[in-house]
Design a protein around this ligand. Structure first.
Ligand code: B1M
Length: 212
């Protein structure tokens, strides 16, 4: 691992926004591959934070400051990660499901979708089923993209699919899901149209769902 990637990793684990921002800029200027900066620096650091939380070394406040440092670094990286194709791929209503405040993965997915010319209506985190339904109605979206990071909230994806059915919208939209506790099997179980394990694959899946 290069010294700069190591410094980015440490800045995120330490929750140091200023260093995270400065080191990501430095890494870009030094010609490091943006995907390497993302995967080996920012994302690897968040995995380490999760591990430290599990081991009882980190608590919620530490996780929160690390998440902010990660998001700061991600914002610097954004222009290099997205292709900036012109709009026209379709409209996606995206959000993290009700009860769940984890939004970094969802933000990454939205960022990549925008870069692939999708119009994204980002509803944020802790989104109740009714809000997804309203957004589909008002935007005419072709895709609903839901993220969940907690085993206790992933059930709200199924609840949102049920709400779409009740509103008579299920046949009009494709539903895609993702997030660390998810799997293809779970997606099938709740009647989603697709599952993607990461943000890059989410773009491929969205294109496939639109084409279908
Ligand atoms: Co929390 N948290 N957290 N947390 N947190 C996890 C998820 C946890 C695994 C940590 C652990 O125990 N190791 C654990 C969940 C355990 C479980 O459910 N089995 C956990 C817990 C327990 C909690 C609290 C309950 C803690 C507490 O209060 N006691 C609490 C819950 C709050 C709530 O939501 N109601 C909580 C709170 C928080 C913070 C708010 C402090 C903060 C979130 C800040 C924020 O997001 N703005 C936080 C963080 C940062 C984490 C970890 C450390 C990192 C998550 C992250 O951002 N990862 C996490 C541990 C871990 O993941 N190892 C943990 C980076 C992100 C890019 O990955 O979101 O997985 P991810 O996205 C990936 C893929 O999953 C995929 O693409 C991305 C990569 O390209 N993807 C999609 C995601 N969504 C997709 C949608 C798609 C397709 C792909 O299509 C639609």
């Amino acid at each position: 691992m290069s010294e700069l990637i190591k410094q980015i990793f440490e800045a995120v684990v330490d929750g140091n926004q200023k260093v995270s921002e400065a080191k990501v800029k430095e890494a870009i200027e030094s010609g490091l591959d943006p995907t390497t900066i993302l995967n080996e620096g920012l994302l690897a650091a968040m995995s380490e934070v999760g591990k430290l939380f599990e081991e009882g070394e980190f608590f919620v406040p530490e996780m929160l400051v690390s998440a902010r440092a990660m998001q700061t670094g991600l914002n610097v990286l954004k222009p290099l990660l997205v292709n900036n194709e012109t709009k026209g791929s379709g409209t996606v209503v995206a959000g993290t499901v009700q009860g769940d405040l984890h939004d970094i993965g969802k933000n990454l997915v939205c960022m990549m979708l925008e870069g692939a010319a999708f119009e994204v209506v980002d509803l944020g985190a802790d989104v109740p089923p009714e809000k997804f339904v309203e957004a589909v109605k008002s935007s005419g979206a072709q895709i609903v993209a839901m993220s969940a990071l907690l085993t206790t909230t992933m059930g709200n994806m199924g609840a949102t699919i049920e709400a779409l059915k009740k509103a008579g919208l299920r046949d009009k939209v494709k539903v895609m899901v993702g997030g660390a506790p998810l799997s293809q099997q779970y997606a099938d179980q709740i009647g989603a149209d697709g599952y993607a394990p990461d943000a890059n694959k989410a773009v491929g899946l969205a294109k496939k769902l639109i084409a279908a």
